[in-house]
Design a binder for this molecule. Sequence first.
Ligand code: GL2
Length: 799
Amino acid sequence: MAKLTVPEFKEQYKNMILRLYAEDVKDSDAHQQYTALALWLRDYYAPFLKATRQHYENDRVKEAYYFAIEFLPGRMLETNMLNLGVTDVVTTAMMQMGLDMDKVVDAEPDPGLGNGGLGRLGSEFLDSAAALHMPLNGNGIRYQYGLFRQSFVNGYQVEMPDDWLRNGNAWEVRKENRACLVRFGGNTWLAEDAFGRLVPHYENTTDVLAVPYDTGVVGYQNQTVNTFRLWSAELPTDPAVTYTLQQKEEVNEITEILYPDDSNYEGRLLRLKQEYFLVSAGVQSIVRHYRKHHRSLNHMDATVAIHINDTHPAMAIPEMMRILMDEEFMSWDQAWAITTKVMSYTNHTLLSESLETWPQDMVAQTVPRIYQIIQEIDRRFRELQTPVYGADRVNRCAPLGDGTVRMAYLAVIGSHSVNGVAKLHTELLEKDVLKDLYRIYPARFNNKTNGITMRRWLQIANPALTHLLNEKLNGDWCHRPLDIMGVQSFAKDPTFLKELQEVKHKNKVALAKKIRARENISVDPEHAIFDVQIKRLHAYKRQLLHALFIIDEYQQIKAGQPLSVPRVHIFSAKAAPSYYYAKEIIKLINEIANTVNHDPAVGDQLKVVFVPNYGVSEAEDMIPAADVSEQISLAGKEASGTSNMKLMANGAITLATMDGANIEIADAVGEDNIVTFGMTVDEVGAYTNYSSQAIFDSDKHLQKVVNALIDGTIPNITREGRDIYNSLLQYNDEYFVLADYESYVKAQDKISTLYQDPEKWYSMACINIAKSGQFSSDLTIARYGDDIWHLTRDQVGVN
Ligand code: GL2
């Protein structure tokens, strides 16, 4: 394609504003400017999207479909400009037109389609796959409202609706002509048809129309644009049927909100409906698409792979069976052979409470035909495996048990590949969480350590560091992430280390400015360590450990001993609305912040900032400015973590327990370039008679810190302080916070010592950046493509 020029862009952009709003550019507001630019970009990549699709279809390219209940794409304007190679032209033109590009970027809402690492990983994979010309499509739900918008009132988390679609979504294209019907409830039975075939009959079902909205996933300067499809629930359009308002509401509710509150029956039922809605619409559309080009479905696995990302989409397995048997009239064995070859599954958790189960009666009532098929999967599994492995083992790992449908087991049994997301995680799946199924199907298990996209976390989020890397590296690290390794040769170059320090300083100044403007807190970017913990709030992630340390520092200052290096502790985290304890931790941290930040005896030595409403855009602000990356979960609890990778790529030093991907980060950078502490997973496992009280009783220093929760040192936490105190002592500290406290403090002291030697510190930072290349999601997704889905990576071209 001919290269776009600034005058051409200006002309087209002005026309876009005129067409959309009947206005001149100078009279438009930031939201209009953003929308016009997004639509211009969409027009710009439309030919690539069409060519990519045609290539996949005409050349019978195998495509994979990534099914996930959540995605977290983040804003798309800047990444799409970057990936289309038009950033310079567009920003120059916008400037010449007198527009403020920062405001235009900020006018884009973060899509409310996900909540944490799981969702973000899915989006990074889509981005990376497109960058590698890999035929990977996203399949998810178009939630009208995201999780929630978080703010703080008196230190408490307040949840407001995340109405991210309020002003429409410029990137999506509604495809009503590709809608499908999803059936819920009613009765189902099998009866012979005129050809003597057993076919299901349905009565009194509730039918829901699934309407897809497609968004392009633009590859990095390579003319590949893949499809990210999100489904929205609507009333069917049958003119013969009239629906009541209540029916309409019940249908719309299915895609109204991400993660409905599952602390009550209705909420759980709604989640179950969401899961089936997602898989049924997705699988139906894949089969329909396949059918257009193939006479039979016998070899579907040659061109279709479906990935079950976490257990939520596990009903894709019985749904595929249903379609193959009920609509294509295949035998069970034929259908099962195809289904298991098409399906693969990733597990993302080690927490037993997160291994999804559904009450059998709920599944039987909500999706009766699917339930029948799960029963048959269960029956056949038992019949086949009991003689070999014995009834005990088989009972423990069959899809049905304890009155529930066990989604993880269903996913393993119905897939040809099962992977964990970090080496330790996969090991623990094999040894512990899924050990019975590992025994039966050892060859299915494999590891795929998570990854991150450097395009967003360096090129977009950290232009200063990107510029420095571009200057120093000959290799094209933007295309070949392992080339970042080259920067290691500067680890002892004082001039480079100074430059790196300047980059970090610049980013800290920028963040300090935002914190001042948004939270009204001044922090010192000149001298203080920016110590960052950003992730969902969960007891196992141990934000509490970090909070106790801040109390410790505060007490030290109050006792007249200044900190050796000033600290700014930065948190950002949402707590699930019904997760009471996590919300108490938020309140605690906010009250610590309140106390510390306003105590004149403390001054600039210690500051605490809790940035509200953590999301991708907030992360983009904080990560480039971090000196320290807190990855302090109890060993054996965090499946992988991915903020650890993003922070390391931006030159933060990881303060870590030996958990999840921290272990691989430690291996990569070497023990001199990371600060580790705490019990290993084996030590945690061997700790059979843990008594937090005994630890407390034997450590005066710790007592003073923990007592601050209840003795008024931190005001306004009478209830929360007591509850947290009790969780640590009365309830024996489930996540071993007190057991790891001493070694955490030592590790923090080490951080302070290291930081006082800038050359050493930035040398460590340099090694971390250099070694981050191996955690690129480009490499991870290539492994999925090669080992699990068997995809090609062909070049697509428009001209
Ligand atoms: C998670 C894990 O907790 C996290 O450790 C992992 O990095 C991501 C992606 O694999 O998946 N599982 C999960 O349910 N959420 C995660 O972030 N929300």
